[in-house]
Design a protein around this ligand. Structure first.
Ligand code: HEM
Length: 134
């Protein structure tokens, strides 16, 4: 497979992941628990497949660039792990809100997860685009 194909896979997987995580964070912020989320199966599939494709294409890109495992790839791995954890964290935030009785959504936790998602996107793009200059 060509490097261009790996790049397309990498970017498409990242876009899909951000779309699904944005959606789940939005439903969580509105107090919709995992069980009440009618798209939970779809979200889980897009999240799982997206993570897998992002990972495989990421290592494909490393190989195509003749890189073994540079230090910056550790940052990418950590970002990838955060994207993996964000889905269960979003659901946990919604569950906490619904079990607290008054359905008061934890705004601070929601904000934190949201900024974390945006920060991951920024950092991953920054590292992915600028590593050649390092
Ligand atoms: C398993 C972890 C990851 C690995 C091993 C990895 C590896 C790579 C490599 C080697 C490149 C450079 C491609 C090139 O210049 O030829 C790259 C680019 C990129 N990566 Fe990743 N990556 C990982 C995770 C992520 C994540 C989590 C995101 C998004 C959230 C992401 C977004 C990007 C972007 C936007 C680029 C720039 C693509 C371009 O040059 O057009 N990566 N990645």
């Amino acid at each position: 497979m060509s490097i261009t194909f790996y790049k397309i896979l990498h970017l498409a997987a990242a876009l899909s992941l951000f779309a699904v995580l944005g959606g789940v964070l939005m439903t969580a912020a509105n107090g919709i628990d995992k069980e009440k989320n009618r798209w939970r199966k779809k979200a889980a599939i897009i999240h799982g497949v997206g993570l897998l494709i992002l990972f495989v294409s990421g290592f494909g890109l490393l190989a195509k660039n003749g890189l073994a495992f540079p230090a910056w790839a550790i940052i990418k791995m950590v970002l990838w792990l955060i994207l993996g954890a964000l889905l269960p964290f979003a659901y946990r935030q919604a569950r906490r809100a619904t079990t607290s009785g008054d359905n008061a959504v934890d705004e601070k936790a929601g904000d934190l997860l949201w900024w974390l998602l945006l920060g991951v996107g920024f950092l991953a793009a920054y590292v992915g685009v600028s590593w050649r200059g390092w």
